[in-house]
Design a protein around this ligand. Structure first.
Ligand code: COA
Length: 713
């Protein structure tokens, strides 16, 4: 663990393992939040000291009540504040004065409803004394390390191995209930609420190195400091799997999330891409997140990728095969070995091909025989067991069969996932087995997805790298071009300036010259040679094609003269009074694969890069992918492989492979520009024409947006 993380971890220790807890606003009245928290702390087995605080004094649940925090005769590590919003700041100041290490503010009514000013005052008062703040607008914290349930949840919390961080309070409370029913023990559950001070990064710094925590599940509505989160998540997933559920996927959902938590939900595609980049597993539903978390917490690590499906029904076998393809699970297909291993347990009318079909007549002994066969086979690494309810199966033996085979798989360190499909009896069996933390689903897809996620995570670990690649660029030269444009009061670069930036970054561009008159156009045309392209250069015309400011494939002097006159005429008609700075004369390039490469500053995650199928269809196809910084070349290649049209770059129908390395270098370069040139907000190279490997690529157009730092964002 690096020094920075170590320091944060140290600073979080007394939040998760407080030696004493005060509850300010501890209520005498049962059913009130301040009362429930005291009760949960006492009944949850907390071994430290509890100090209820309430000006009315007296006692609550047998504990002496103190009039204010300053009267508590002990050091307080964690103070829980449950007084109405208007009294919170005063309580915070008293806690800071007392030298409390952490406070958690349960109270609502701050930035989530626009009351940011009061929230900022709370943070400032706490910071002054080095006190850290969790919340406000939270249901509290449970930490198994201290057997401390400082939440107002209705259910008791079981200790275990999954840590949950949740931005939604109500959902978090509901999740506690669900973990109890599903027998998912928790190492911690923390409500992060408005994240005015303590955020996921702080909490992960404690939870990731903690041995008891095997998996971390996060519910996120919005990201505030995305760059910090990227760094933390990359560090965290190198050690433990993280499953995330993020709301705000739909546009309406994003609006609801933004108003709910007072934070801006970033664009969903970007969030999704960055989670993948950081090795975080994103679940669509709570059910899925729990299913995966549980599997990841209890399953052994597979030794290799070879998986077999054992089934008593062809249909479910096919469904599982489809799901395996979706999750990139490798179905073992060495027919010779499969036959050897499964022949003894498969009737002649069954199939030893993968899926192994032991047929509808199979009883528990057939299953035990078939599922036991891979245990001693070195080349089979994991199994998916499917069962459709049949009248021939000795159903009383179903639960013991699954329980026993699961135990055997655990013993040899091979993952196995079960799906059992049927009626009431099956439903009951699922509940029984899940309570024992055995991975059994009532749906084939769920059984496969859990194993798929385990493989996805292992694959990420095998591929991940801490290398950061940056291009060695003449940033000063780029900044001089930008500064000139800013002096002209522009928020964008002209096309020739955009290409100048490309040149400075050593990104290939077509040979071109700017002409200020027809004579100069003709001079440059002769110099560059035909065929040619002409484009208007005007600070008043951003979309050149729309204005009729572009002429392609000019083959002769006469065509150049005609095109010149047409461009001037059309642009003047398109925008009367537009200043035409000149005409760009460039070589007409041979066709190649047109991509779009870009970079921009995301409000949540900072600089991000983008690449996709380019040209005029980019808006329609939306075949683009994103990544955040920092980046390395390997990650960029993975990113490129996510573009649906990636096979085009590999060369289709006998075409040569395109210069993929050149594309990777270009993406690294635009990322580097955005990282170092703070005045550039957006770069969009579209199209960038990619040729065969040795022939490189050419940026045809680079739109660059800039901002005057003095004018803010
Ligand atoms: N110091 C200590 N105790 C104080 C106090 C102070 N400065 N001021 C008031 N109190 C006491 C009150 O006397 C009362 O105790 P009592 O019941 O024994 O009389 C107790 O604190 C609570 O105050 P009360 O005015 O009854 O408030 P409440 O319990 O109705 O509501 C909150 C307080 C914090 C629960 C409420 O304001 C709130 O924010 N609720 C939403 C919480 C939430 O949903 N959070 C997010 C979850 S996801």
């Amino acid at each position: 663990m690096n020094m920075k993380k170590n320091n944060i971890k140290e600073s979080m220790t007394y939040l998760f393992e407080p030696r004493s807890v005060a509850v300010i606003g501890a209520s005498h009245r049962e059913g009130k939040i301040g009362h429930t928290i005291c009760r949960n702390i006492l009944t949850g087995g907390y071994t430290g000291e509890l100090y209820p605080v309430n000006p009315k004094g007296g006692s609550i649940l047998g504990r002496k009540v103190y009039g204010d925090i300053l009267a508590v005769p002990d050091q307080v590590d964690l103070a829980t504040i449950t007084v109405p919003a208007k009294y919170v700041l005063e309580s915070v100041k008293q806690c800071a004065g007392k030298g409390v290490k952490h406070i958690q503010v349960i109270t609502s009514g701050f930035s989530e409803i626009g009351n940011t000013e009061e929230e900022n005052k709370i943070v400032a008062a706490a910071k002054e004394k080095g006190m850290r703040v969790l919340g406000p607008n939270i249901f509290g914290i449970y930490s198994a390390a201290a057997s401390m349930n400082a939440t107002f949840s209705a259910s008791t919390i079981q200790a275990g191995h999954v840590a949950i961080l949740t931005q939604s309070g109500a959902l978090g409370v509901a999740m506690i209930g669900k973990t109890t029913v599903d027998n998912i023990g928790l190492s911690a559950i923390v409500s992060t609420g408005n994240k005015c001070d303590i955020d996921e990064t702080d909490l992960l710094a404690y939870l990731v190195p903690q041995e008891q925590t095997k998996v971390i599940l996060m519910y996120i509505e919005g990201v505030k400091d995305g760059a910090r989160l990227i760094e933390t998540l990359k560090w965290a997933t190198a050690q433990k799997p993280i499953v995330v559920i993020k709301s705000g996927r739909s546009k309406r959902g994003a609006m609801a999330a933004a108003s709910h938590t007072g934070s801006l939900a970033g664009s969903d595609e970007i969030f999704d891409a960055i989670m993948r980049q950081c090795g975080v597993i994103r679940a669509e539903t709570i059910e899925e997140a729990f299913n995966w978390s549980k599997f990841l917490a209890f399953s052994p690590t597979p030794g290799g990728k070879n998986t077999v499906i054992v089934t008593n029904g062809g249909g479910v076998g096919v469904l599982a095969t489809d799901a395996c393809e979706k999750f990139n699970i490798h179905l073992y297909d060495d027919q010779k070995v499969l036959k050897e291993v499964f022949d003894p347990s498969t009737p002649s009318y069954g199939s030893t091909k993968n899926p192994v079909d032991i047929t509808g007549g199979a009883g528990s002994d057939h299953y035990i025989q078939a599922l036991s066969a891979p245990l001693n086979c070195d080349t089979i690494d994991a199994a998916i067991s499917l069962y459709c309810e049949t009248s021939t199966f000795d159903s009383d033996n179903l639960v013991p069969m699954i329980r026993d085979t699961y135990k055997e798989y655990k013993k040899v360190g091979k993952p196995i996932s079960y799906a059992i499909v049927g009626g009431e009896y099956i439903e009951k069996a699922i509940v029984t087995l899940r309570k024992e933390n055995i991975p059994v689903s009532g749906d084939v897809y769920d059984a496969v997805s859990a194993l798929g996620i385990l493989y996805r995570y292992r694959h990420y670990l095998d591929e991940r790298s801490d290398v950061v690649d940056e291009a060695d660029l003449d940033i000063g030269k780029i900044e001089r071009i930008v500064d000139q444009a800013l002096r002209d009061n522009r928020t964008f670069l002209l096309s020739d300036e955009g290409l100048e930036v490309m040149k400075a970054a050593d990104i290939g561009i077509p040979r071109s010259r700017i002409a200020r008159s027809l004579e100069q156009v003709l001079f440059h045309a002769e110099e560059i040679g035909y065929p040619l392209v002409m484009k208007v250069v005007s600070r008043d015309i951003l979309h050149k094609s729309d204005a009729g400011g572009v002429a392609l494939d000019l083959q002769s002097k006469q065509e150049v003269i005609d095109a010149y006159e047409a461009i001037i005429r059309k642009c003047k008609a398109y925008k009367p009074g537009a200043v035409i700075d000149g005409i760009e004369v460039s070589e007409m390039l041979e066709s190649g694969t047109e991509l779009i490469v870009g970079a921009r500053r995301d409000p949540s995650f900072g600089p991000i890069v983008m690449c996709g199928l380019g040209g005029i269809y980019v808006e329609v196809m939306k075949d683009v992918v994103f990544r955040g910084l920092p980046l390395n070349k390997k990650e960029v290649l993975t990113m490129l492989k996510e573009i649906k049209s990636f096979p085009i770059l590999l060369g289709v129908r006998g075409e040569a492979r395109r210069d993929i390395e050149g594309v990777i270098d270009t993406i690294i370069k635009v990322g580097t520009i955005l990282k170092h040139c703070k005045k550039i907000t957006d770069i969009e190279i579209n199209p960038i024409v990619v040729y065969e490997q040795a022939r490189g690529l050419r940026a045809l157009d680079a739109r660059i947006l800039i901002r005057n730092p003095k004018e803010g964002k």
